[in-house]
Write a protein that binds this ligand. Structure first.
Ligand SMILES: [Zn+2]
Length: 328
């Protein structure tokens, strides 16, 4: 992009932000990211590059009011959320949360909130990574006789990515027990070692906490809570809280629902569990804003999908104008 275009865009953005800003008081947007890669990306999912993440964080820092999640909730309690307030959240707890994302946020003085699925701390990976590793590491050329799926060739990178995606989507909406059995079967079928160390360690999490990042729970094994018995769901939520509290030696007050869609992935009974366990807030992936009438146990998030930082900023600004909780 040449300098003239950049200058015109900046002027336009400043003007647009000023127009939106006056109507955006008492409303915050919580952005949600997952992975930021600093090399080759072979994953399927929500990955962005390091350069893109840096540009977006610099842009947000410059033109919006960045708050930590506890600060935003304090403003909510005082019914005084500043204009164009933005909160950064990162889900799941992969190693790049520590090695890539935290240093970027720290250099900009941003305190992000990290929601960690704690099984990965001991195992080094989550269920979806086992599927990816099995398909990308195996020497077999096809996946056949697996869960009634048609035979899938995995002889090229693009075939592997497409097989990974279809198996991932199938396993995502299984109970934890069925999912674990299915993945064991896949590993046996493909005769492959899937082990990895791509997750945060306890030492990483403690260091992030000491650097001012908010550490939140995200269950233990990342199940769809709606598919589990109440007993299992409660155990999943409480176990992740206990493990993280053992690491940072202070209370873990915030929770992000895995997959995160109200009714589809979790329901009122899980909200009651959060309250019973002493969480102060629960975050969804439904679109909307945090505003003074929000339900603190079903806080919506919203992340513009544009790669280009200017378009990202415009869409983020525009979001502040939308009716709050328009997903309900
Ligand atoms: Zn997640």
């Amino acid at each position: 992009m040449n300098n003239l275009t950049t200058r015109v865009e900046r002027c336009f953005f400043k003007l647009y932000r000023r127009v939106i800003g006056s109507s955006a008081r008492n409303r915050a947007t919580i952005l949600n990211f997952h992975r930021v890669f600093d090399g080759v990306n072979i994953g399927v999912g929500d990955f962005i590059s390091r350069d893109e993440f840096v540009l977006k964080m610099e842009f947000i820092k410059k033109y919006f009011t960045v708050l930590s999640l506890p600060e935003a909730l304090e403003c909510y309690r005082e019914k005084n959320i500043p204009s164009l307030a933005v909160i950064i959240t990162i889900d799941d707890g992969y190693q790049d949360s520590y090695s890539v994302i935290t240093p970027i946020l720290e250099s900009l003085g941003i305190q992000g909130a990290f929601f960690i699925a704690t099984e990965g701390i001991d195992n080094g990976l989550l269920w979806n990574d086992k599927i990816r590793n099995a398909i990308h590491r195996t020497e077999k050329l096809e996946v056949k006789n697996f869960l009634g799926l048609p035979c899938q060739e995995i002889n090229t990178l693009s075939n592997k990515q497409s097989a990974q995606k279809s198996i991932h989507n199938l396993c995502k909406y299984m109970t934890l027990e069925s999912r674990e059995n299915a993945i064991d079967e896949l590993i046996e079928l493909l005769d492959v070692d899937v082990s990895d160390d791509m997750f945060l360690t306890a030492a990483n999490i403690l260091e992030m906490h000491n650097a001012g990042m908010t550490i939140g729970a995200h269950t233990h094994k990342h199940p769809i809570l709606n598919l589990e018995t109440n007993e299992n769901a409660y155990l999943e939520i409480s176990q992740s809280k206990d493990i993280l509290e053992g690491i940072i030696e202070t209370s873990v007050d915030y929770f992000a629902y895995p997959n995160g869609k109200y009714n589809e992935d979790f329901n009122q009974s899980h909200i009651l569990m959060l309250k019973e366990l002493g969480f102060k807030a629960g975050l969804t992936t439904n679109w909307g804003s945090l505003h003074v009438d929000s339900d603190l146990y079903a806080i919506p998030r919203y992340t513009p999908w544009d790669r280009d930082v200017f378009r990202f900023g415009i869409r983020l600004c525009h979001h502040f104008r939308k009716k709050a909780d328009y997903w309900r």
